[in-house]
Design a protein around this ligand. Structure first.
Ligand code: NOJ
Length: 808
């Protein structure tokens, strides 16, 4: 079943049926002022932290799954009927109520039509601002005048800390109040206490006391208001039928020792064809600041200007890489949604969604370093800034800090071995893989930007000392080399990529072995570029020794195993009753450059046979049921779910890319199509989550809900799949010397085109595939001249370039 469609021209996803199988969300603002909004206006907002700066309430794991939210109710005073500008919360019968929701790049627009009244609501956070705007236009399409009451409604948290607000009611119910001051509700928490909030928190008013929020309106006079949620909603009622709306009048009651809300009632009369436009504004400010903010919207055209500004900001980023292939579902993802999701994961990490509440007070090392890769082709200098931060969160022993606190202080942080760091972050252990992610990310930055000097940039370590980027990379290798197990492969420590695989201080991880193999290759390439022969030699020797060990101990003739436990059990061995074939070691054997071609094909064919499903490949099979803790912590999950043999989404990107490296375009494309959210647009009842973004995992074959997706938006899938599409299928591969074009496509495609910016040069690339091959470039023309090979040399690129690639 289908609930909407992609509007590629406007870079929007348009939901035409509001009763989607899950809340389909969008992100507004930035973590400075963040908002998540569903297609029914549900969701929450916060300042700086989803967990500690929460402004409006959201009830996790509730039903409906997206309440409360940013609601606008409309009541017809003559008919005594009411509805909402988003289908929910009132939820009128869909035979009478029409709606459309457009999720765009950092804004969401909703339309409704009900009984002759049309509403048009736009939600956004203006660029670089820390408040939100809800612009409402109400039009009377009836032939008679209509008397309407409009109610803007928001439920405030009583405490900026989400947990306190949710569970510590014996305290938080007694600290919050509301006031009404000319067109706005103000909420104060711990009103007279200067120790709370404080200027720097961004939550206090001008006097620096307590925490303040406002909800105000511009463009109309407020007739009545409520500041107490329980009065507005009424006893034994809900958001679908709040008492004040049903009765047609807010009660002018404010909150004192209860739950604060902002409800503003505006009565209007609209002549036939007349439109009334008003703007609701919400933020964490006291009265003086709020007044200024409201003042900015005296001229309502500001809203259109701000919207245009937002669009150009985002579209100009996304436009740096655009493709036109025969598959529109492919195009929508590469051009808009996968790219936008990469920015969202880059910016928000795993901070706030309908599953993540923001309690993780920092950036996970591995996730963040990987997220950077997703935006590399679109904004390499932004990528570099974050990469530098992550390098500064590398401990001087070479390992990564599992969690990089939001207030990270390079050179002054404790390590997982320090009780203080462990207590503060909840992470007393190193992960085996964290710092090794620096290699694919750094090399991608160097090759995308051509900024070779970065290798010599000096960056502090997190605890003490400093070193060049080159030195940071060397120490990351050293960290693994210092922790090899009895087969000469890196130990798995607290986890490798897989959070649920605990191989410990002596068990070994093949995933990390392949990561290290890749790292040594990258390091050698950089050392060679620096003409540092000693380091080339060092890396070569280590790589050869590691390769020998992998070949000797980890290849079983048709598969690579996943690891060795401390007591010698071989994880992922064909002899095992459970989890006898794993996806990641097969794909990483190729990504790392290790597998011999025959090995690679054999292992990948086995993956196709045994792990692939119509919704992607499972992480392994069969799921763990008997062999469990302490090593296989995934046994905690139901079978074929998440890390316990679910279709984990992030590895699908590696799978696609590995197939492109083998030159098997049909298979790579098949794998992508299986997990392409857009390709599930008309099967939304199966996938449930948004058809425009990847989720963390999909339920596998043993689940009665096979194909159902979970944990929307904030997932490393965004970056791995993006890389696999851009570099793998589209074959646009930056190198030190220029841009290599090596597409690996389904053989049915006879042509496609791309626009790509590379080191400030613009390239229009046309690819022709007359012989319907999957891979192989017969000829490349750059600005009318034939090149030798398929590399577009940097020094031959002009400002604007026309490129023709003939496959064959
Ligand atoms: C999600 C975590 O955020 C990520 O760090 C991890 O690699 C995957 N789960 C797999 O366990």
């Amino acid at each position: 079943m289908k609930y909407g469609y992609f509007d590629g021209d406007n870079k929007e996803y348009v939901i035409t049926k509001p009763n989607t199988p899950a809340p389909w969300a969008n992100y507004l603002g930035s973590p400075e002022y963040g908002a998540i909004i569903s297609n029914n206006a549900g969701g929450y907002s916060f300042v700086k932290s989803g967990a500690n700066g929460r402004i409006i309430r959201y009830r996790f794991n509730s039903t409906p799954a997206d309440q409360p939210g940013r609601y606008i109710y409309i009541r017809d005073r003559e008919m005594a009927d009411y509805w909402s500008a988003s289908w929910q919360p009132v939820g009128k019968d869909l035979s009478e109520y029409e709606s459309e929701c457009r999720h765009g790049t950092a804004y969401t627009a909703m339309k409704s039509k009900y009984k002759g009244i049309e509403t048009d609501t736009l939600y956004y956070v203006p660029l670089d601002k820390t408040y939100e705007v809800w612009r409402l236009k109400v039009t009377n399409q009836d032939e008679r005048p209509r008397k309407l009451s409009l109610f803007g409604y928001v439920e405030f948290t009583n405490d900026a800390n989400y947990e306190q607000d949710t569970v510590n009611l014996q305290y938080t119910q007694f600290i919050s109040k509301t006031y009404f001051r000319e067109n706005m509700i103000l909420q104060a928490i711990n009103e007279h206490v200067s120790e709370v909030g404080g200027g720097a928190s961004g939550l206090s008013d001008e006097a620096g006391e307590g925490i303040w929020r406002f909800f105000g309106v511009q463009g109309a006079e407020v007739n009545r208001y409520d500041g107490d949620r329980d009065i507005f909603v009424g006893d034994y009622r809900g958001y679908q039928n709040p008492a004040s709306v049903e009765q047609g009048a807010c009660t002018n009651t404010l909150n004192y020792n209860g739950n604060s809300c902002g409800a503003l009632q505006i009565d209007v009369e609209l002549a036939p064809g007349e439109t009334k436009e008003i703007v609701f504004l919400l933020g964490a400010y006291g009265e003086a600041d709020a007044r200024q903010i409201l003042g900015r919207y005296e001229t309502l055209t500001v809203v259109e200007e701000e919207l245009q500004e937002l669009k150009s900001y985002w579209h100009s980023k996304l436009d740096r890489f655009q493709v036109q292939t025969p598959d529109d579902n492919f195009n929508q993802m590469v051009n808009v949604w996968n790219a936008y999701q990469c920015f969202i994961t880059f910016i928000w990490s795993r901070a706030a969604s309908f599953q993540y509440c923001g309690l993780r007070n920092g950036l996970g090392y591995r996730d963040t370093v990987q997220d950077i890769q997703g935006i590399m082709h679109l904004e390499p200098e932004l990528a570099r800034e974050r990469l530098t931060l992550m390098l500064s969160a590398q401990v001087s022993n070479g390992g990564g800090l599992p969690l990089v606190k939001f207030d990270h202080r390079p050179g002054h942080e404790g390590t997982p071995d320090d009780p203080d760091y462990a207590r503060e972050t909840g992470h007393p252990f190193y992960r085996a893989d964290d710092a090794l992610w620096l290699f694919p990310t750094t090399i991608r930055y160097l090759k995308e930007s051509g900024n070779w000097a970065y290798v010599d940039e000096v960056i502090p370590f997190s605890d003490q000392g400093e070193g060049t980027v080159y030195e940071h990379l060397r120490r990351a290798i050293q960290f693994s080399i210092d922790r090899l197990g009895e087969h000469g492969m890196p130990v798995g420590l607290h986890a490798d990529w897989n959070d649920a695989l605990r191989l410990g201080a002596h068990g070994e991880s093949l995933f990390v072995a392949f990561q290290l193999y890749l790292a040594l290759g990258v390091y050698k390439e950089i050392a060679a570029h620096k003409q540092d022969d000693a380091q080339v030699h060092w890396a070569e020797q280590l790589r050869a020794a590691l390769g020998d060990n992998i070949q000797k101990h980890a290849w079983e003739g048709d598969r690579f195993v996943r690891g060795f436990t401390e007591d010698g059990y071989v994880v992922g061995s064909r002899e095992n009753e459970e989890a006898s074939l794993w996806l990641n070691p097969q794909t990483w054997s190729i990504l790392s450059g290790f597998a011999e071609p025959e090995q690679a094909r054999t292992a990948m064919d086995l993956v196709y046979e045994q792990l692939n499903t119509e919704y992607g490949a499972m992480l392994f099979y069969p799921p763990f049921k008997k062999f469990g803790l302490p090593v296989a912590r995934m046994a905690l999950f139901n079978g074929t779910t998440k890390e316990n043999a679910g279709i984990f989404s992030q590895p699908q990107g590696w799978l696609i890319q590995a197939e492109t490296m083998l030159g098997r375009g049909n298979r790579a494309y098949q794998y992508f199509t299986e997990i392409n959210p857009a390709a599930m647009n008309d099967k939304a009842e199966i996938r449930k989550i948004e058809p425009y973004v990847h989720g963390q995992s999909i339920e596998g074959i043993d689940s009665p809900f096979f194909g159902r997706g979970h944990v929307h938006w904030l997932t490393g899938t965004a970056s791995t799949v993006m890389v696999s599409l851009a570099e793998g299928i589209m074959g646009v591969q930056p190198t030190f010397d220029g841009l290599r074009l090596d597409p690996c496509i389904p053989s049915t495609w006879s042509e496609f085109s791309m626009y790509r910016e590379f080191r400030s040069k613009r390239l229009r690339i046309k690819v022709e595939n007359p012989n319907h091959v999957e891979k192989g470039v017969a000829k490349v023309m750059l600005n009318g001249e034939e090149l030798e090979g398929n590399l577009l040399p940097d020094d031959r690129l002009r400002e604007n370039n026309d490129v023709l690639v003939l496959m064959g």
